[in-house]
Every structure is written in structure tokens, then in C-alpha cells.
Design a protein around this ligand. Structure first.
Ligand SMILES: C[S@@+](CC[C@H](N)C(=O)[O-])C[C@H]1O[C@@H](n2cnc3c(N)ncnc32)[C@H](O)[C@@H]1O
Length: 204
């Protein structure tokens, strides 16, 4: 995904271009392409990607010189990365001392049945009813994604991390940018938990 708010979040926290940036779990490579257009020298990696713009390698296996990136960006990818602790150690080696880490995450611990029911309701409103219940969705997600606390604990030996800034995330998941304001309203009313978390760190 490369919505304007994500591109703005990345750009606002990255050092000024031209610098070398690693994108972890780049998916289709949309954000990497946007950052390249902005003047960054981006190496985008993702073992599951078939995009020509993305190198199909896992973080733990990335063979690049230590300290060769001024910054790294990970958009909802670290919760999938295995082995988590070893991959974060490799990330610490790849980013130069004082370099920047920009993370956007889905906090699976905050994804409760209230959040899942809200998401299901929006999908129904779009004419896309889902076969699973809110309980099933929560169970399924918590079963296979790394919780935010574990991700932060794996990064902390290598990066000085700012506090997670909580915010909307569910609209990214098969809803679309038009639902961002709807989700923000629901969070502001206290009807839905904030399932997004953004963190900026520095290589220590
Ligand atoms: C939810 S997708 C997010 C993709 C993209 N960042 C986006 O925002 O659309 C998570 C991505 O992390 C990738 N991934 C999983 N394990 C990884 C690893 N060990 N190293 C790098 N990327 C990994 C997956 O292949 C997947 O494309």
C-alpha cells in the first residue's frame, strides 16, 4: 500500500534524499517506487514478491554490507518476519549507526472482537460479506502474527525506539482510503480500538 498518509509518514521521518533506504516486506513495491521518485536509493526486499522492483529475499538472508543503509522502512511487514529476533539483529547490522527506522504496524494484540466486528460490518456495507465470525478472525490473526510487544522487544537491543503512536489501521485491510475517516471517527468515539501503531527509531 502507498496511500498519501503512509508516504507522508515515511517521508516526514526519513532523512532527506538522496540516501540509501532499505524497505522490508515491500509487497508490490509501490512505496519503494514512490520513494525512488522522491530521490531515494531504495533496495526493496520481500521473499513473497514477484515485482521486478523488489528483491525476493528474506531480511535475515540479505547479503549487503553492514551499515550500508541510512534508513529502513517496514510497512506492516515485521509481524510476518521470521525468525523475528535474528532478522531484527540483521536489520541492526544493515542500518548505519544513527540511521533511521520507520515502522508502521498492525497491533494484533489490539485487534479484539470489537475491532473485528467493526471491520466485518464495513465489508458487509461494501456488499462483501465475509464467511468468518469476529471471534474466528481474532483467533486466526493472533495465531500467526507477531504481537507488537515482541517486535519492539526484538528491535530494542539494536535501535532506540520512540513510543508507538496509535492510530487507525483497519481501513487498509480490504476497505480503502475512503474508510480512514470513518475508522478515525469510530476510534474517537471509543467504539473501536486503534489497531495501528507507528514507531520511529534510531540505530544505536
Ligand atoms: C502484509 S504484507 C505488506 C506488504 C507491503 N509493505 C504493503 O504495505 O502492502 C507483509 C509482507 O512481508 C513480507 N515478508 C514476510 N516475511 C519476510 C521476511 N522475512 N523478510 C522480508 N519480508 C517478509 C511478506 O512476503 C509480505 O509481502
Amino acid at each position: 500500500m502507498a496511500s498519501p498518509d503512509l508516504r507522508a509518514f515515511a517521508r516526514a521521518n526519513l532523512p532527506e534524499p538522496p540516501v540509501r533506504v532499505l524497505e522490508i516486506g515491500a509487497g508490490s513495491g509501490r512505496l519503494a517506487r514512490a520513494l525512488r521518485t522522491a530521490g531515494y536509493d531504495v533496495l526493496a526486499i520481500d521473499p513473497g514478491s514477484d515485482s521486478d522492483d523488489v528483491r525476493p529475499v528474506a531480511l535475515v538472508d540479505l547479503d549487503e554490507p553492514n551499515g550500508s543503509f541510512a534508513a529502513a522502512v517496514a510497512i506492516v511487514s515485521l509481524h510476518h518476519v521470521d525468525p523475528l529476533e535474528e532478522s531484527c539483529r540483521r536489520l541492526g547490522e544493515l542500518v548505519e549507526p544513527g540511521g533511521t527506522l520507520v515502522i508502521d504496524e498492525f497491533d494484533v494484540g489490539a485487534f479484539d472482537t470489537t475491532a473485528a466486528a467493526w471491520w466485518l460490518e464495513q465489508r458487509r456495507a461494501l456488499g462483501e460479506p465475509q464467511p468468518k465470525s469476529a471471534e474466528e478472525l481474532v483467533h486466526e490473526h493472533r495465531d500467526h502474527l507477531h504481537p507488537l510487544e515482541r517486535i519492539l522487544a526484538a528491535l530494542e537491543p539494536h535501535f532506540e525506539l520512540g513510543p508507538p503512536v496509535r492510530g487507525p489501521w483497519l481501513h487498509y485491510w480490504k476497505l480503502g482510503d475512503a474508510f480512514r475517516a470513518v475508522e478515525e471517527e469510530a476510534i474517537a468515539r471509543g467504539d473501536v480500538p486503534a489497531t495501528g501503531a507507528r514507531v520511529v527509531g534510531r540505530r544505536s
